[in-house]
Design a binder for this molecule. Structure first.
Ligand code: SAM
Length: 251
């Protein structure tokens, strides 16, 4: 029941972060991938928020995700635009392709859904093996500051006659494993009646900047560039909202 992105979670994600909704990341990835001719992989592709605008800009991107519900949104949105990227149900921990990629991109902090440090380090090695010589990995991480405040939030969305609600409450913070667990309660209401409820335990791991840089080096990456808030090469400041690591496989 952890990080499932089930039916209601996927619906809320798609309403809250529709195709092309940008945190500044889509423009940044588009610029960083300009001229990248080979295939690009987006693990944890989700509803297609990022992959679809990148494909529409001319990038050859494929994706995978563990959530069939998220992939359903992605497939429908691709079909509506006449796009047919390869999309599959696979996980960070065990994905396989019979070709190598010129780039792997992981926007929106999705890498932090891997909560065991040892697993995360082996996933970095898996990324390394999936890339061609000279190819790049680009990963966004949320800063530690975003984990400090145990944010309890209640939100809702009106979708035609339906109302979707999300209640979030921090349940645990483990300062040794560098993880948080939040309880997410999704509800679907129609005409004042509760239609369905979904619960998820949502777990994330935070990384220090130097810690992640060392993990990338350990996995065989070099030429690491760290950027704050999607300004390439500008080292993050303490009020940064997103940190991007770009790293290369040696030629
Ligand atoms: C924050 S969403 C990001 C979606 C999309 N990449 C974007 O930028 O909008 C995180 C996605 O990670 C997926 N996910 C969670 N655990 C995963 C895993 N172990 N392997 C692959 N995908 C996973 C979820 O199903 C969800 O679609």
């Amino acid at each position: 029941m952890s990080n499932r992105y089930g039916t209601l979670a996927a619906w809320v994600y798609h309403v809250d972060k529709p195709i092309g909704h940008s945190f500044g990341d889509i423009e940044f990835y588009r610029e960083r991938l300009a001229g990248c001719e080979g295939p690009i992989l987006e693990p944890a592709v989700g509803n297609g928020r990022a992959i679809i605008p990148l494909i529409e800009s001319g990038c050859d991107v494929v994706g995978f995700d563990t959530s069939a519900d998220m992939l359903d949104f992605c497939r429908k949105e691709c079909a509506a635009r006449g796009l047919k990227p390869s999309l599959s149900v696979q996980s960070f921990e065990s994905f396989e392709y019979d070709r190598k990629f010129e780039a792997i991109i992981i926007p929106a902090g999705s890498f932090q859904l891997i909560t065991e440090a040892t697993v995360a380090r082996s996933v970095l090695c898996r990324f390394q093996r999936a890339l061609s010589p000279g190819a790049r990995l680009i990963v966004d991480l949320d800063p530690i500051s975003s984990f400090v405040t145990p944010g309890a939030r209640v939100r809702h969305w009106q979708v035609g006659d339906d109302v979707l609600t999300l209640q979030e409450a921090r349940a645990e913070t483990d300062f040794v494993r560098q993880t948080t667990v939040s309880q997410l309660r999704y509800e679907h209401w129609r005409s004042g009646q509760l239609v369905s409820v979904e619960l998820d335990l949502f777990s994330l791991r935070w990384w220090g900047i130097v810690e992640f840089e060392l993990a990338l080096r350990e996995a065989g990456f070099t030429e690491i560039v760290i950027s704050g808030d999607y300004r390439h090469g500008l080292m993050p400041k303490s009020d940064v909202r997103s940190i991007t690591f770009e790293a290369r496989i040696p030629e």
